[in-house]
Design a protein around this ligand. Structure first.
Ligand code: ZN
Ligand code: ZN
Ligand code: FE
Length: 738
């Protein structure tokens, strides 16, 4: 650690730790450790970090420092450690000092943590004073980010400030030896928050097939019996959510295991303190209603993560749909009055309480890819943890993309990402976007010097940035994708960045989405891309995937072509919209050029009859991937230099010849991987970065990564931020340094 004087000399050591160190029981841990080792001094939560001064024999201080690192609370994340030797002061005891409020705010706010084992045991112990108390927590668990109004993280700065601790709770709160020492949301049935309604009534309503709105950790959730197809259908209809899969909450791991295949790595994800929704492979023939996940290959599953959820699930013992309390495309409701208005046409029954939620935070979504947890939606349990990047960044605000929006601020080497905000389609979503910006800036006393936005002139985030009055930095969408992946992986030196997604505004004004960049420092050279084709109707083609099919078929076969969804010579009269699109293609009216791999997925999904349209983003591609199933083949279509012509001809020929769709789907995916290998071989760089929504495709990502690795490439994929547009803000933030 450092050079030291004689081992027996008495010295004083100051240790400053930064990162997620508040609200995880760090101070009581330090107190116990120091007292046990008979060291004196103090520990203090400051807004610049956790500061410890310990005094004692030098060798003891070194040992203290080691144990501090080895035994620190498991929810803590230490990103910066600073040490300084001071002269001994002759202190006689160890104490916990009150938080100081001065210095700059650089401490991480902690995410919300799932109920710990100790608290769960108390919850079901009839002898315990917190028996069946839905708001129990301790320094190792409970709400954080969703209740903190300001930092440092202390009770008066949380929504618990109006609940006055009863004598017994106060004693726990003040006793350094107690698990609840300075647990800011500490509460009990005497002094803490209360339910508005009963768990029994809510469970009875669920049994009757009703839809129940429950106030959770990051906002309201809508619950329904996942075994009841009528209840699920009603929820879909009322929520205006056609086919997007619903997530489930399972009563326990044991029950989850009867519904899904769960690997040890997935168990770890399910039971982690973030307690996210984990995408799992469902078992066949269970009683989960078919309309829960429709044709998705996955079932999104989470375990109870708050005492309220534990009590609910203990009572009902069957899988529940647990989905955000909102209408599709709107932010999640957090306040009681707001929820009763906004959810009144959706929910039959409400279960609320009087602990206010400061900010909405959806459930996060993760999936195992390449043997590791990869975050697909980053919200509760992860937000607002910082991503540590290799370089010091200027203080910028990055406003993200348009779909699956998140925003970020750069503070030194940390980029703090907001929780998932959603698509900025509605007025409500744009309100949430603005609140998230205010919120991040306020929490970190952050004043941006510039704002970074997407190059797209029509994104709501771009409009906001233009009106902000701050200097503007515009960053190309697909460059931001690869930059985000390189940043979270701390990639050093040049790399080949592969950026594939549905849409993004290109440097030439076209819709990009099948791009290869050679990246050296801040220089991005676009060395390859998918051969361009026309998107009839532009944005309309995003939802109506058959338009991409019509366009590619028109290019390959000309006017006398084929119906987009049967791949054979047109045996039926084209539908009116098809005739219209054909007219557009023939005359080149309202046809926007694109190089999007995502749109090519739509086309192939349509030609093979898998999907004509996307009822949610990426649906057709997901269904096409799902077709492959367990099939493994090395066959691939030709896609020379990204030219789709031979590929589309071959797909149509296979379809006409009756080749099974799974084989066509595999050959299509393999063609894409083959093309990646081709470009990588020519690029002469050993590092390859894969980013963009297309790489949510597990088959594609794992095959591409595996084959690149076997050829000696170092492959980087996303884990901490999503490959989709939820990761754009991180890329924008790091690209502000030019
Ligand atoms: Zn606990
Ligand atoms: Zn109490
Ligand atoms: Fe994108």
């Amino acid at each position: 650690m450092m050079t030291v004087a004689a081992q027996s000399a008495t010295q004083r050591l100051r240790i400053t730790l930064r990162g997620a160190v508040q609200g995880v029981g760090f101070r009581p841990f330090v107190y116990r450790l120091a007292t046990e080792m008979s060291l004196t001094g103090w520990v203090l939560n400051s807004s610049a970090g956790l500061v410890v001064e310990v005094e004692g024999r030098t060798d003891q201080l070194s040992l203290f420092e080691q144990r501090l690192e080895q035994q620190r609370p498991k929810a803590s994340v230490v990103t910066v450690r600073e040490f300084a030797w001071l002269a001994a002061e002759g202190s006689t005891r160890f104490e916990i000092l009150a938080s100081d409020h001065d210095s700059g705010k650089t401490v991480n706010v902690l995410p919300d943590l799932a109920t710990c084992t100790d608290c769960r045991e108390e919850l079901f112990d009839p002898e315990n004073r917190r028996f069946e108390y839905p708001f129990t927590n301790c320094t190792n668990c409970g709400p954080r980010y969703t209740i903190v109004v300001d930092i440092p993280y202390d009770r008066p700065n949380t929504t618990m400030r109006d609940f006055v601790l009863c004598p017994r709770c106060r004693e726990e709160y003040e006793n350094p030896a107690n698990r609840r020492f300075h647990a800011q949301p500490n509460a009990c049935p005497v002094c803490g928050p209360k339910l508005n309604g009963t768990i029994d009534d809510a469970v009875e309503a669920l049994r009757q097939g009703e839809i129940v709105a429950v106030k959770g950790i990051g906002g309201f959730q809508l619950l329904a019996d996942a075994r009841n197809p009528d209840a699920v259908a009603r929820l879909r209809q009322r929520k205006h959510r056609e086919e997007k899969p619903f997530a489930l909450m399972m009563p326990s791991f044991e029950v989850a295991r009867t519904y899904c295949e769960i690997s040890p790595a997935e168990v770890e994800m399910l039971e982690s303190q973030a307690a996210p929704i984990v995408l799992l492979q469902p078992k066949l023939g269970t009683d989960i209603a078919a309309n829960v996940a429709h044709c998705s290959p996955y079932l999104g599953v989470m375990l109870p993560y708050s005492p309220l959820h534990h009590l609910l699930m203990e009572e009902c013992r069957f899988p529940l749909i647990a989905t955000s309390g909102n209408r599709s495309d709107e932010p999640i409701a957090i306040a009681n009055e707001e929820a009763t208005v906004r959810l009144k046409d959706i929910a039959d029954h409400f279960l609320m309480h009087n602990r206010p939620i400061v900010r909405a935070c959806d459930d996060s979504v993760v999936r195992l890819t390449r043997g590791r947890a990869g975050i697909l939606r980053r919200a509760r349990g992860y937000a607002p943890l910082g991503i540590r990047v290799a370089q010091e960044l200027p203080p910028v605000l990055a406003v993200g993309g348009h779909l699956k929006n998140t925003v970020a601020i750069a503070v030194g080497q940390d980029v703090f990402l907001s929780q998932h905000i959603g698509d900025l389609e509605t007025l409500e979503a744009r309100g949430a976007f603005e609140r998230a910006i205010d919120d991040l800036c306020r929490l970190y006393s952050f004043r941006p010097e510039a704002v970074v936005c997407d190059l797209h002139p029509d994104y709501a985030s771009t409009h906001w940035a233009e009106k902000s009055g701050l200097p503007l930095i515009r960053v190309q969408h697909h460059q931001a994708h690869v930059a985000s992946c390189a940043a979270e992986n701390n990639v050093e030196g040049g790399y080949l960045g592969i950026s594939w997604d549905g849409t993004g505004y290109g440097l030439d004004g076209a819709i990009w989405g099948g791009e290869f960049f050679l990246v050296e420092g801040d220089h991005y050279e676009r060395i390859a891309h998918l051969r361009s084709f026309g998107l009839p109707g532009g944005d309309a083609a995003v939802r109506e995937g058959w338009r991409s099919a019509a366009s590619l078929l028109f290019e390959v076969f000309g006017s006398e072509q084929v119906a987009p969804d049967n791949g054979a010579q047109a045996q039926r009269k084209p539908r009116l919209d098809e005739a219209k699109v054909r007219y557009m293609l023939e005359r080149g009216i309202n046809v926007v050029p694109t190089t999007s791999v995502g749109r090519m997925f739509d086309a192939v999904a349509c030609i093979t009859g898998v999907a004509r349209q996307n009822r949610f983003e990426g649906q057709a591609a997901m269904l096409l991937e799902n077709e492959i199933g367990a099939l493994r083949t090395e066959e691939a279509y030709a896609l020379p230099g990204g030219d789709w012509e031979p590929l589309i001809s071959a797909v149509v020929a296979d379809k006409i010849a009756g080749v099974p769709v799974p084989r066509i789907a595999a050959k299509f995916h393999n063609a894409l991987v083959q093309w990646i290998l081709e470009v990588a071989a020519g690029a002469k760089l050993k590092q390859v970065v894969l980013s963009g929504g297309v790489f949510q495709n597990r088959y594609l990502t794992e095959r591409a990564a595996g084959m690149l690795e076997s050829r000696g490439f170092e492959v980087y994929t996303h884990q901490l931020v999503p490959p989709n547009d939820g990761g754009i803000a991180l890329g924008q933030a790091v690209m502000s340094k030019r």
